[in-house]
Design a protein around this ligand. Structure first.
Ligand code: SF4
Length: 298
Protein backbone atom coordinates (compact mmCIF):
# COMPACT_ATOMS: atom_id res chain seq x y z
CA UNK A 1 0.00 0.00 0.00
CA UNK A 2 1.24 3.49 -0.82
CA UNK A 3 1.60 5.07 2.61
CA UNK A 4 0.70 8.60 1.52
CA UNK A 5 0.08 10.48 -1.66
CA UNK A 6 -0.93 13.96 -2.72
CA UNK A 7 -4.06 14.16 -4.85
CA UNK A 8 -4.50 17.75 -6.07
CA UNK A 9 -4.05 19.98 -3.02
CA UNK A 10 -4.86 17.30 -0.46
CA UNK A 11 -3.13 14.28 0.98
CA UNK A 12 -4.48 10.73 0.91
CA UNK A 13 -3.18 9.14 4.08
CA UNK A 14 -2.16 5.61 5.03
CA UNK A 15 0.67 6.67 7.33
CA UNK A 16 -0.27 4.47 10.26
CA UNK A 17 -1.67 0.93 10.66
CA UNK A 18 -5.23 2.28 10.59
CA UNK A 19 -4.77 2.74 6.84
CA UNK A 20 -7.65 5.23 6.60
CA UNK A 21 -6.88 6.08 2.95
CA UNK A 22 -8.50 9.35 4.00
CA UNK A 23 -8.27 12.83 2.62
CA UNK A 24 -6.26 15.28 4.71
CA UNK A 25 -6.55 18.97 3.91
CA UNK A 26 -4.19 21.69 5.18
CA UNK A 27 -5.86 22.15 8.60
CA UNK A 28 -8.27 19.25 8.98
CA UNK A 29 -8.62 15.64 7.93
CA UNK A 30 -11.19 12.93 7.41
CA UNK A 31 -9.07 10.11 8.92
CA UNK A 32 -9.22 8.56 12.41
CA UNK A 33 -6.74 11.16 13.75
CA UNK A 34 -8.75 14.00 12.16
CA UNK A 35 -5.51 15.88 11.48
CA UNK A 36 -4.73 17.98 8.43
CA UNK A 37 -1.46 17.42 6.61
CA UNK A 38 0.35 20.43 8.12
CA UNK A 39 1.92 19.91 11.57
CA UNK A 40 -0.28 20.90 14.52
CA UNK A 41 1.55 21.45 17.81
CA UNK A 42 0.42 21.89 21.42
CA UNK A 43 3.72 22.79 23.07
CA UNK A 44 7.34 23.32 22.06
CA UNK A 45 9.73 23.64 25.01
CA UNK A 46 12.54 21.95 26.95
CA UNK A 47 11.05 19.03 28.88
CA UNK A 48 12.58 17.58 32.08
CA UNK A 49 10.34 14.57 32.72
CA UNK A 50 11.69 11.97 30.32
CA UNK A 51 14.19 9.24 31.30
CA UNK A 52 17.43 10.75 32.78
CA UNK A 53 19.42 9.78 29.66
CA UNK A 54 16.94 11.78 27.53
CA UNK A 55 16.20 14.82 29.73
CA UNK A 56 19.70 15.20 31.22
CA UNK A 57 20.34 18.55 32.90
CA UNK A 58 19.23 20.87 30.07
CA UNK A 59 16.04 19.05 29.11
CA UNK A 60 14.78 17.33 26.03
CA UNK A 61 13.63 19.63 23.23
CA UNK A 62 10.04 18.41 23.15
CA UNK A 63 7.63 19.11 20.34
CA UNK A 64 4.21 17.81 21.39
CA UNK A 65 2.15 17.20 18.28
CA UNK A 66 -1.65 17.38 18.42
CA UNK A 67 -3.85 14.49 17.34
CA UNK A 68 -3.05 10.83 17.79
CA UNK A 69 -3.37 7.62 15.82
CA UNK A 70 -4.21 5.58 18.95
CA UNK A 71 -6.31 7.83 21.23
CA UNK A 72 -6.24 5.47 24.25
CA UNK A 73 -9.24 6.03 26.52
CA UNK A 74 -6.96 6.81 29.49
CA UNK A 75 -4.57 9.12 27.59
CA UNK A 76 -2.61 11.32 29.99
CA UNK A 77 -2.43 14.00 27.27
CA UNK A 78 -6.08 13.73 26.19
CA UNK A 79 -6.47 17.48 25.62
CA UNK A 80 -4.15 17.27 22.66
CA UNK A 81 -4.60 13.64 21.58
CA UNK A 82 -8.40 13.43 21.67
CA UNK A 83 -9.51 17.05 21.74
CA UNK A 84 -6.91 17.93 19.10
CA UNK A 85 -6.09 21.35 20.55
CA UNK A 86 -3.04 23.04 19.05
CA UNK A 87 -1.65 25.48 16.50
CA UNK A 88 -1.04 24.61 12.86
CA UNK A 89 2.47 25.55 11.69
CA UNK A 90 4.30 25.33 8.37
CA UNK A 91 7.05 22.81 7.64
CA UNK A 92 9.53 25.70 7.43
CA UNK A 93 8.46 26.86 10.90
CA UNK A 94 8.92 23.32 12.22
CA UNK A 95 12.50 23.31 10.90
CA UNK A 96 13.07 26.71 12.56
CA UNK A 97 11.78 25.28 15.85
CA UNK A 98 14.34 22.43 15.63
CA UNK A 99 17.04 25.08 15.39
CA UNK A 100 15.57 27.27 18.14
CA UNK A 101 15.41 24.35 20.59
CA UNK A 102 18.94 23.27 19.67
CA UNK A 103 20.19 26.81 20.34
CA UNK A 104 18.59 26.65 23.80
CA UNK A 105 21.03 23.85 24.66
CA UNK A 106 18.62 20.91 24.92
CA UNK A 107 20.10 17.42 24.54
CA UNK A 108 17.88 16.23 21.71
CA UNK A 109 14.81 17.02 19.61
CA UNK A 110 11.95 14.97 21.05
CA UNK A 111 9.07 14.42 18.60
CA UNK A 112 6.11 13.42 20.78
CA UNK A 113 3.16 11.65 19.05
CA UNK A 114 4.67 12.41 15.65
CA UNK A 115 3.02 9.65 13.57
CA UNK A 116 0.45 11.71 11.61
CA UNK A 117 3.19 14.13 10.56
CA UNK A 118 6.05 11.87 9.45
CA UNK A 119 5.95 13.35 5.92
CA UNK A 120 6.32 16.90 7.31
CA UNK A 121 9.00 15.88 9.81
CA UNK A 122 11.15 14.38 7.05
CA UNK A 123 10.65 17.53 4.95
CA UNK A 124 11.60 19.73 7.93
CA UNK A 125 14.68 17.62 8.69
CA UNK A 126 15.71 17.99 5.04
CA UNK A 127 15.58 21.78 5.59
CA UNK A 128 17.46 21.67 8.88
CA UNK A 129 19.00 18.60 10.55
CA UNK A 130 20.19 19.45 14.08
CA UNK A 131 23.52 18.15 15.39
CA UNK A 132 21.75 16.68 18.45
CA UNK A 133 19.86 13.33 18.31
CA UNK A 134 16.35 13.14 16.92
CA UNK A 135 13.96 11.21 19.20
CA UNK A 136 10.79 9.59 17.84
CA UNK A 137 8.50 9.26 20.86
CA UNK A 138 5.37 7.35 19.87
CA UNK A 139 2.66 4.92 20.93
CA UNK A 140 4.56 2.13 19.14
CA UNK A 141 1.59 1.21 16.90
CA UNK A 142 3.32 2.10 13.65
CA UNK A 143 3.24 1.18 9.98
CA UNK A 144 6.42 -0.51 8.75
CA UNK A 145 6.70 1.48 5.50
CA UNK A 146 6.34 4.73 7.43
CA UNK A 147 9.03 3.65 9.87
CA UNK A 148 11.36 2.64 7.04
CA UNK A 149 11.06 6.13 5.58
CA UNK A 150 12.53 7.46 8.86
CA UNK A 151 15.75 5.45 8.63
CA UNK A 152 18.72 7.82 8.82
CA UNK A 153 16.58 10.64 10.25
CA UNK A 154 15.83 9.22 13.70
CA UNK A 155 18.54 8.38 16.24
CA UNK A 156 16.45 7.28 19.22
CA UNK A 157 13.06 5.55 19.32
CA UNK A 158 10.88 5.68 22.45
CA UNK A 159 7.93 3.40 21.61
CA UNK A 160 5.27 2.30 24.08
CA UNK A 161 4.35 -1.35 24.39
CA UNK A 162 0.95 -1.08 26.06
CA UNK A 163 -0.82 -4.42 25.81
CA UNK A 164 0.01 -8.10 25.76
CA UNK A 165 -3.41 -8.98 24.31
CA UNK A 166 -5.16 -7.75 21.18
CA UNK A 167 -8.39 -7.73 23.14
CA UNK A 168 -7.13 -4.97 25.46
CA UNK A 169 -5.73 -3.10 22.44
CA UNK A 170 -9.23 -3.10 20.99
CA UNK A 171 -11.01 -2.12 24.21
CA UNK A 172 -8.72 0.72 25.29
CA UNK A 173 -7.19 1.94 22.01
CA UNK A 174 -9.62 0.70 19.37
CA UNK A 175 -6.61 -0.83 17.60
CA UNK A 176 -6.66 -4.06 15.58
CA UNK A 177 -3.82 -6.61 15.88
CA UNK A 178 -2.09 -4.42 18.44
CA UNK A 179 0.43 -7.01 19.62
CA UNK A 180 1.72 -8.17 16.21
CA UNK A 181 1.83 -4.66 14.72
CA UNK A 182 3.67 -3.17 17.69
CA UNK A 183 6.10 -6.10 17.87
CA UNK A 184 7.00 -5.70 14.17
CA UNK A 185 7.31 -1.93 14.55
CA UNK A 186 9.68 -2.21 17.51
CA UNK A 187 11.77 -4.81 15.67
CA UNK A 188 12.20 -2.31 12.81
CA UNK A 189 13.12 0.49 15.26
CA UNK A 190 15.79 -1.66 16.90
CA UNK A 191 17.13 -2.69 13.49
CA UNK A 192 17.52 0.98 12.58
CA UNK A 193 19.14 2.24 15.78
CA UNK A 194 21.17 -0.79 16.86
CA UNK A 195 22.29 -1.17 20.45
CA UNK A 196 21.89 1.78 22.83
CA UNK A 197 24.88 4.15 22.99
CA UNK A 198 25.57 6.94 25.49
CA UNK A 199 28.04 9.81 25.78
CA UNK A 200 30.37 10.38 28.74
CA UNK A 201 27.60 12.19 30.62
CA UNK A 202 25.20 9.27 30.29
CA UNK A 203 23.07 10.96 27.63
CA UNK A 204 21.62 8.68 25.00
CA UNK A 205 23.04 9.15 21.50
CA UNK A 206 21.24 6.32 19.75
CA UNK A 207 19.11 3.30 20.53
CA UNK A 208 15.58 2.25 21.44
CA UNK A 209 13.87 2.27 24.84
CA UNK A 210 10.57 0.40 25.15
CA UNK A 211 8.18 2.10 27.56
CA UNK A 212 5.36 0.46 29.45
CA UNK A 213 2.76 2.26 31.55
CA UNK A 214 1.30 0.06 34.30
CA UNK A 215 -2.50 0.33 34.39
CA UNK A 216 -4.62 -0.22 37.53
CA UNK A 217 -6.12 -3.72 37.81
CA UNK A 218 -3.92 -4.89 34.92
CA UNK A 219 -0.72 -6.34 36.36
CA UNK A 220 -1.31 -9.51 34.31
CA UNK A 221 -1.18 -7.37 31.17
CA UNK A 222 2.09 -5.75 32.30
CA UNK A 223 3.67 -9.11 33.07
CA UNK A 224 2.60 -10.34 29.62
CA UNK A 225 4.21 -7.28 27.98
CA UNK A 226 7.47 -7.89 29.86
CA UNK A 227 7.41 -11.53 28.74
CA UNK A 228 6.99 -10.44 25.10
CA UNK A 229 9.89 -8.00 25.47
CA UNK A 230 12.11 -10.64 27.08
CA UNK A 231 11.30 -13.16 24.38
CA UNK A 232 11.70 -10.81 21.41
CA UNK A 233 13.89 -7.88 22.41
CA UNK A 234 16.01 -9.14 25.28
CA UNK A 235 18.83 -6.62 24.80
CA UNK A 236 16.57 -3.60 24.47
CA UNK A 237 16.21 -1.20 27.40
CA UNK A 238 12.85 -0.97 29.15
CA UNK A 239 11.30 1.99 30.93
CA UNK A 240 8.61 1.06 33.44
CA UNK A 241 6.19 3.87 34.20
CA UNK A 242 3.89 4.24 37.20
CA UNK A 243 2.60 7.72 36.43
CA UNK A 244 -0.95 6.67 35.58
CA UNK A 245 -3.71 9.01 36.77
CA UNK A 246 -7.32 8.51 35.64
CA UNK A 247 -7.75 11.23 33.04
CA UNK A 248 -9.70 11.71 29.84
CA UNK A 249 -12.28 9.02 29.21
CA UNK A 250 -10.80 6.66 31.84
CA UNK A 251 -13.57 7.48 34.34
CA UNK A 252 -15.98 5.59 32.10
CA UNK A 253 -14.00 2.35 32.51
CA UNK A 254 -14.49 0.64 35.87
CA UNK A 255 -10.97 -0.79 36.11
CA UNK A 256 -9.25 2.46 35.15
CA UNK A 257 -10.89 4.76 37.68
CA UNK A 258 -8.03 4.87 40.19
CA UNK A 259 -4.23 5.24 40.31
CA UNK A 260 -2.15 2.08 40.58
CA UNK A 261 -1.30 0.82 44.06
CA UNK A 262 2.21 0.35 45.47
CA UNK A 263 1.48 -3.38 45.64
CA UNK A 264 0.59 -3.53 41.93
CA UNK A 265 3.67 -1.54 40.99
CA UNK A 266 5.97 -3.68 43.15
CA UNK A 267 4.62 -6.83 41.55
CA UNK A 268 5.45 -5.60 38.02
CA UNK A 269 8.78 -4.08 39.11
CA UNK A 270 9.88 -7.32 40.77
CA UNK A 271 8.94 -9.28 37.66
CA UNK A 272 11.02 -6.88 35.54
CA UNK A 273 14.00 -7.40 37.87
CA UNK A 274 13.53 -11.19 37.87
CA UNK A 275 13.64 -11.17 34.05
CA UNK A 276 16.92 -9.25 34.21
CA UNK A 277 15.81 -6.62 31.70
CA UNK A 278 17.83 -3.39 31.77
CA UNK A 279 16.42 0.11 31.86
CA UNK A 280 14.57 2.56 34.07
CA UNK A 281 11.87 2.43 36.73
CA UNK A 282 9.85 5.54 37.46
CA UNK A 283 8.99 6.57 41.04
CA UNK A 284 5.34 6.01 41.92
CA UNK A 285 5.21 9.60 43.24
CA UNK A 286 5.16 10.71 39.58
CA UNK A 287 1.50 9.63 39.45
CA UNK A 288 0.27 13.19 39.81
CA UNK A 289 -1.56 15.51 37.44
CA UNK A 290 1.10 18.15 38.11
CA UNK A 291 3.43 16.14 35.86
CA UNK A 292 1.11 16.49 32.88
CA UNK A 293 2.62 19.35 30.83
CA UNK A 294 0.78 22.64 30.63
CA UNK A 295 -0.45 23.07 27.08
CA UNK A 296 -0.02 26.57 25.71
CA UNK A 297 -0.92 25.43 22.19
CA UNK A 298 2.12 27.23 20.84
S1 SF4 B 1 -2.21 9.14 10.22
FE1 SF4 B 1 -4.37 9.65 10.64
S2 SF4 B 1 -5.38 9.74 8.65
FE2 SF4 B 1 -3.39 8.74 8.34
S3 SF4 B 1 -3.85 6.56 8.44
FE3 SF4 B 1 -3.28 7.18 10.51
S4 SF4 B 1 -5.16 7.78 11.58
FE4 SF4 B 1 -5.60 7.63 9.37
Amino acid sequence: MLWYNFCGDNMICNLCPRGCNAERMENSGRGFCKMGYLPKVARIAPHMWEEPCISGTMGSGAIFFSGCTLRCVYCQNYEISAQNNGTVISVKKLAEEFKRLENMGVHNINLVSPTPYVHSIIEALNIYKPEIPIVYNSGGYEDLETLKSLEGYVDIYLPDFKYSSNELGKIYSNADNYVEITKNAIREMINQTGKAAFDNNGLMKKGTIIRHLVLPNHTKNSIGVLDIIKENFENCMVSLMGQYVPLGNAVNFEKLKRKITQREYNKVKNYLFDLGLEGFVQELSSADEKYVPTWDYK
